[in-house]
Design a protein around this ligand. Structure first.
Ligand code: PMP
Length: 306
């Protein structure tokens, strides 16, 4: 990743990609206190390259920083402009963007009272998190042996760097056991989310998803709420057990990276008929039409970078 051409926005300036470096005593590298976003830009039908739901991602970044008591050295407008600039100045037609807020190398120790907060925004071409086949046919998932965060151990409303140790352990375990993703259960044993996705199930024509207790307040999750409302399909937020997923008609993950991803199997049990179901298909189609600017609704969700 480090050895490539391009520019990264770093504390207010565009820096050549290879020179966007930090010291080994960078505080966040040691203790994981940092917050970040995953954002995508798509080439749209008639508005050029647009960042999808830019403002909502920036708002969540600031909420995450607030939860973690990190003082943002820039305002939201500056971070929005930085995100547009990195896509534009790297000549990217489509991109994955990574804004990240971290504590510097001005000091060490848990007190962290003598540190500056730094921000980078990088963007690169990352076409698909999963294969096109996975998008059509669905993926094989296992319930993780690692429990998702407890609300009073990690701050689950923050998209914080250190939380992803838990995600990586779960994902590695899932991959090593021949699955493509992990389904994580909360400390009480109820379904929370994937390692980097929210989860939905469909049963008897209704959609269910876990309440925002131990899962991230996903922006794709929110997009699905809006798209499902258009279809006249009710989305119910409730506690879900793993065996409710086993007997669901359909199940899918959502996330900026994963987009809308059908789940075809959980813990060796086929979900529904084992193929992408009709409601998942409809939502996935609408989602791609929405992000690529092929529909009229929600024009405010697309921010042109030019
Ligand atoms: N849960 C977790 C743990 C995630 O990392 C992500 C990705 N940001 C999501 C859910 C989905 O969030 P979004 O739709 O905003 O990308």
């Amino acid at each position: 990743m480090a050895d490539r051409d391009g520019l990264i926005w770093f504390d207010g300036e565009m820096v050549p990609w290879r020179e966007a470096q930090v010291h080994v005593l960078t505080h966040t590298l040691h203790y994981g206190m940092g917050v970040f976003e995953g954002v995508r830009a798509y080439k749209t039908a008639d508005r050029g390259t647009c960042i999808f739901r830019l403002q909502e991602h920036t708002d969540r970044l600031f909420r995450s920083a607030h939860i973690m008591n990190m003082k943002m050295p820039f305002d939201k407008d500056a971070i929005n402009a930085a995100q547009c600039a990195v896509v534009r100045e790297n000549n990217l037609e489509e991109a994955y963007l990574r804004p990240m807020v971290f504590l510097g190398s001005e000091g060490m120790g848990l007190r962290a009272d003598n540190l500056r907060t730094h921000i980078i925004v990088a963007a690169w071409d990352w076409p698909s998190y999963m294969s096109p086949e996975a998008r059509d046919k669905g993926i094989k998932v296992r319930c993780s042996s690692y429990t998702r965060h407890h609300v009073n151990i990690s701050m689950t409303k923050a998209k914080a760097n250190g939380q992803y140790i838990n995600s990586m352990l779960a994902l590695r375990e899932a991959l090593d056991s021949g699955c493509e993703e992990a389904l994580m259960l909360d400390p009480e044993g109820y379904v929370a989310e994937g390692s980097g996705e929210n989860v939905f199930i469909v049963r008897n024509g209704k959609i269910y998803t876990p309440e925002l207790t131990s899962c991230l307040d996903g922006i794709t999750r929110n997009t699905i709420f809006e798209l499902a409302a258009e279809l006249g399909v009710e989305v119910i937020e409730k506690r879900i057990t793993r065996d409710e997923v086993y007997v669901a008609d359909e199940a899918f993950f959502t996330g900026t990276a994963a987009e809308v991803l059908p789940i075809r199997e959980l813990d060796g049990r086929t979900i529904g008929s084992g193929v992408r179901g009709p409601i998942t298909t409809e939502l996935q189609t609408r989602y791609f039409d929405q992000v690529k600017g092929r529909r009229e609704q929600f024009p405010e969700w697309l921010s042109p970078v030019a």
